[in-house]
Write a protein that binds this ligand. Sequence first.
Ligand code: ADP
Ligand code: MG
Length: 465
Amino acid sequence: MTFQSLQLSSYLCKQLEAIGVKSPTEIQKNCIPKILDGIDCIGCAKTGSGKTLAFALPILQKLWEEPYGIFALILTPTRELAYQIADQFAVIGKSKNLRHCVVTGGMEMIVQARELANKPHIVVSTPGRLADHLESCDTFSLKRIKFLVLDEADRLLGGRFDQQISTIFNALPKNRQTLLFSATMTDTLEKVKKITNKNTFVFESTAEVKTVDELEQFYVLCPYNVKDGYLVEIVRHFREKDEKGLIMIFTDTCKNCQLLHMTLNEVGFETVALHAMISQRQRLAGLAKFKSHVSKILIATDVASRGLDIPAVALVINHVIPNNATDYVHRVGRTARAGRQGRAVSIVTQHDVKVVQSIEQKINYKLKEYDVSGLHVAKILTQVHVTKREAQIKLDETDFDERRLINKRKKLITDGKDPDKVEEEIKRQRKEKRRKRFERKIKNNEGIVTITNETEHVDDELKND
Ligand code: ADP
Ligand code: MG
């Protein structure tokens, strides 16, 4: 089957050929015709199976039949993923003057407001920041969008984003096409179905194993207090054998992430860190360094577990195993993408055995034992531990420590206050301040024009050829 036979325009087929995408994947074959027919769609297919193009291609095709902005809104749970999706739209649409904008936290609101007021065709956004924009200004409207996409839909609808999602939904037209995608939707399918039309097309791959066949999955059993030594040895051994492949290491907290980053750098492996406690500019710069192989190891929290598509990733290591199968599937899905081979190694301690068994059962795959030389670990262990302690001291001197936050919460509790409420109030005040500053800027800025919902804005020069 070819992309032509899916009724995609010759322009799109040419663009796909130019980027080396030859024939459609299963999810693309199934979903693209339905989306072109105007049907709502829920697409559930394994990591790395081309879900992005499954929605991007039909959206672009429809856009060029009747181009205007804002035509489609794509929501994703993480900022880096928003940039990645926008890049994919940009690559396909580059010779057609496609206007797109990325709206995420951690970047200047005023710049985003200006871009939104410019009526981009495609908006890719994380829910929090878009809700902020909707609550604080009327320089743009989402009332005429044709498409709403929730990428990583189970995450977006999993509860954490409820408030923001509801603000956004209130700003959307009823008459639209809704497209939901994820690799893990089975548990949330009923919830997910609620936001689509009655005659929604559901595509679910029937494979029994939830991870891809090209992925080899291992575990290393070791005592808790020497796991850092095992981590370094796994990295060292992999490097010795394979010079080229990129490595992603996942751990549980921002602080552990930062500590491992500092420790590995000290023992001779250049790494970058990606977690919520560094600035967005640093996050994007670190990721760019990793993608361009300047730094071949990325250490991350689950902020990097969803959606990121970096084909050269050959090994995923779980320094700390996630406590559920869904996060596990997404983390290890950062490798072995689009038919490539990949490996995942999870470091398992005496405390994790039950979790691993439950993950194995849910993904229907038995992890194999990974061979690590205990002798090598013993040789490097002292150095690793001393280096990590030094890193810990350095970090304690900065105001990075999450423990500080924990102590602050403990003090609030002993003072008889509810720390959640206090934090919420601080957040609210901060948001209010930010909004006021933003509104002031908007008032003083002539570059932003206010549009009304009815504005007809068709870019004739962009019509389909
Ligand atoms: P998913 O969202 O399903 O995890 P992505 O959309 O990120 O996967 O796609 C994974 C990779 O596969 C990307 O690098 C993408 O360019 C590539 N890809 C997408 N469709 C095809 C195709 N039909 N043939 C070959 N590669 C494809
Ligand atoms: Mg994806």
